[in-house]
Write a protein that binds this ligand. Structure first.
Ligand SMILES: *Cc1c(COP(=O)(O)O)cnc(C)c1O
Length: 365
């Protein structure tokens, strides 16, 4: 007799999550290290106070005002004429991803990604009873279109999930790869498969790196997800969103829980959007700090993957766990993730990165 009566495939599985440790320098979950300013805090607090006065009622199920704000924001960052009916939001882009798999995956269907890729995807696939297949990337983490073609032909996925910039490598996808994937997936067995480009880190992309939002008008099966958790410095609010064809957004309404975005969440996110410029003000500094970190690591002989994100993957270490632990002993928490031999460090403030460099020099010597 097994207790509790858990689904067979969930037995013995540990809940996923990066260690939440109390350390002086936390560079492990790609947060924006800069807290909101006093002015932004005051405006969010005022918006939440207004919302609090209505908390006896259920919130706006269609989050109308928030959708308008998100569409406007996207149109200022690569989107072209995206309307509120092309926007969907949920409690973090992780929930957006789960909605996508609940609606477009399911029993008898397959979701595909190409490793190294975001480690949460297989968990959502499992939770949505969707088969999971991971192909691979090139040795240098570039996308291998030929291999992707083979995997897609063999498995005929209903959803392909790809972060761009990729987590954990930082690699962005070129437009022609995204366009080719959308074409490959369209009309597959009479049905379109969706290509989901997870742009959680899009705001950190380097000069000249495009956003998949620019391609939305060309491919009805393209979905671009974003989040307020990273560049937007709002991880604690839990707000993720996507842009896609109106039919796709409409379908997601079927699987969401009733009133899934609380009045407090909607008020917080809408207030934050009104301060987008301010909240994003540190992105330029973080990008510069990222480029400095990559250069510094390379000068010291480390291998570093090119990064369009607010983190970098570096190595290689015979015993990466020992390096991770050595840094932790010196008060610097990074992430033991990615292919064996590599570690990932999020970009923090200049002081935090100085602490990281000093600790790494000690540990590596
Ligand atoms: C951090 C991250 C997200 C964001 O998750 P939220 O639920 O929006 O906080 C999404 N995708 C990837 C690849 C990430 O690294």
């Amino acid at each position: 007799m097994t207790w509790p009566p858990l689904r067979e495939e969930l037995r013995g599985i540990e809940p996923y999550g990066a260690p939440q440790l109390d350390v002086p320098v936390a560079l492990n979950v790609n947060e924006n290290p800069y807290p909101p300013s006093a002015a932004v805090v005051a405006d969010i607090a005022a918006a939440v106070t207004d919302a609090a006065a209505t908390l006896n009622r259920y919130p706006d199920r269609e989050f109308t005002e928030l959708r308008k704000g998100l569409a406007e924001y996207l149109n200022a960052d690569g989107g072209r004429g995206i309307g509120p009916d092309q926007v969907w939001a949920a409690n973090g882009s992780n929930e957006v991803m789960l909605h996508l798999l609940q609606a477009f995956g399911g029993p008898g269907r397959t979701a595909v990604s190409f490793a190294p890729t975001y480690s949460m995807y297989p968990e959502y696939a499992r939770d949505a009873m969707t088969a999971w297949v991971a192909g691979r990337r090139h040795e240098d983490f570039a996308f291998d279109l030929e291999h992707a073609h083979e995997v897609i032909d063999e498995h005929r996925p209903s959803v392909v999930l790809l972060p761009s910039p990729n987590n954990p490598t930082g690699t962005a996808l070129p437009h022609d790869v995204i366009g080719t994937l959308c074409t490959m997936l369209s009309g597959h067995g009479g049905e379109d498969g969706l290509v989901v480009i997870d742009e959680a880190y899009a705001e950190f992309r380097r000069e000249g790196t495009p956003s998949a939002l620019e391609l939305l008008g060309d491919h009805r099966n393209l979905v671009v997800t974003r989040t307020m958790s990273k560049a937007f410095a709002l991880a604690g609010a839990r707000l993720g969103y996507l842009a896609a064809a109106p039919e796709i957004c409409d379908a997601l309404r079927v699987v969401r829980l009733p009133y899934h975005l609380s009045a407090v969440t909607q008020a917080t996110a809408s207030a934050a959007l009104r301060h987008a410029d301010e909240l994003l003000a540190n992105v330029a500094e973080l990008r510069a700090e990222r480029d400095r970190t990559v250069a510094w690591l390379r000068e010291r002989g480390f291998e570093v993957a090119d990064s369009d994100a607010n983190f970098c993957l570096f190595g290689r270490f015979d015993d990466r766990h020992a390096v991770w632990e050595g840094l932790l002993h010196r008060g610097v928490l990074i992430r033991e993730t990615g292919p064996d031999g590599w570690l990932r460090v999020s970009i923090g403030t200049a002081e935090e990165m100085a602490a990281f460099r000093a600790a790494l020099l000690e540990v590596a010597s």
